[in-house]
Each structure stands twice: as structure tokens, then as C-alpha cells.
Write a protein that binds this ligand. Sequence first.
Ligand code: ZN
Length: 253
Amino acid sequence: MQFLGTAGGRHVVARQLRASGGIFLRLEQVHILMDPGPGSLVQCVKAAPRVDPANLDGIVVTHGHIDHANDVNIIIDAMTGGGDRPRGTLFAPRPCYEGNTSVLYHYLRDFLKEIVPLGPRREYAIGNVRFRTSGAHHHSAETYGVIYRTPRVSIGFMVDTVYDPDLLDSYRGAEMLVFYATFHRRADNPSTLHYSVEDAEEAIAVLRPRKAFLTHMGLSVLAAGPDRVAKKLSDKLGVEVIAAQDGMVVGLP
Ligand SMILES: [Zn+2]
């Protein structure tokens, strides 16, 4: 797993205080790019080790907001050699590619092998990697978290939502959890559409993964010091919590 960006919130993205390229996963030789936000292609090419979009098997867009989907078009173009080599599956909620909320250029559809709609609590596969979606998140676009499963590891991504304890069930049993913790405190979060570190703390205390990561960090998390915030959670909860950094590579078993 490789963090091609850890930015959350419009200010951090707009100023590129952190990159916003999404997360690359290589599971069982299957290559998946999640939430290719602004600069994702650039971050793929600059990454060490380099991520070659031409080798991607799947793109997962959890919802159609600009910080999660801005680069989906150029990534599809790069994945398919400008359409010369149709390949890959796009997984996304329907509003991402249908109607007036679509974020997908129409002509790129034929470049893909398939477009698969994400829905609540459903099972999917990319090659021999299985994943399932969470219940619907509470956000201003149709949004699902994702839990990948291989014989060796399970890893869940708790993406943007209003915090709702009922959603935690979807993530139960995941050995690793990645939290999109955009705000430091709940009180920093006037629209309440995103997780805060306080929400992550509560979720980690309930779910007790082997390892947890914080990403999608907004200004209030950066100001508080992501490493300090993560260490505090680790000490308090007895679970290893790591603040992700741009370019961070995490070995998966
Ligand atoms: Zn969003």
C-alpha cells in the first residue's frame, strides 16, 4: 500500500500542503488505485517505487468529490494507452458516471473493460482480490467505504462521512483500518460531513484493528501535528496508530 497523498479538506488540497493522489494497493499481484484526487497521475509517476498506471487492474472511486475523483479521467487514459489497450474496471457509485453529477468523460467509457456500480454492503472482486462495501456513508454525495480481503490480509478504508457508530459494523474484523480523519476535534467540523480524529479514536476503540492509519488530513490535524496526534491515540488505545505521510509505503503481509 502506498499513500500517493494524505491531504483532506479544500485548503490542504488547494495549497497542496499534502499531496492528493489517493492510495495505491498491490494485493495478490492485483493493482488498484483508490480515490485518484488532484495530481494523482503526477504522484504515480513520481512515487518511489513508481506506480505505472498502465498496470492498473482497477480504479475505486468512493464518491464523486473533486479530492477523490479529479484525476480519474487522466488515470483511465494512462491506464489504457489513450484507449489503444482497453483494460481495467472502474468501481464507483452510479452518480459518478451517470447523469449531471458524472465526473467521467463520456468518451473514456469505451476505454474501460467494465464499469461496476458500488452499492451498500455488496461483494466485488478484482481478479482474485475480493472487497466489500460498507453501508452507505452519510456525506453530500453517494459514498461507500471499502474493505479489501485476501487470504493474507483485510484492510478497510473509512472514507468521508458523518460519524455514525452504526457504520462501524461494516468494518468489523478488518486487521488494518485507514481513517479519513479530516478534522482534529469534532468541534472543528462545522458541517459534520467528515470524520475527526476524535471519531477515529472512538472507532478504533470499538474495532481494535492490528494497525490503524490516519489520512485525508485537513488543516486542524496538520496544525495539531499528525505524528503527535497518532502517538496519543496509540498510547491511549494500545493499538498502533500511524499518521500517513505522502509517499509512505506500507508492506502488507
Ligand atoms: Zn467528500
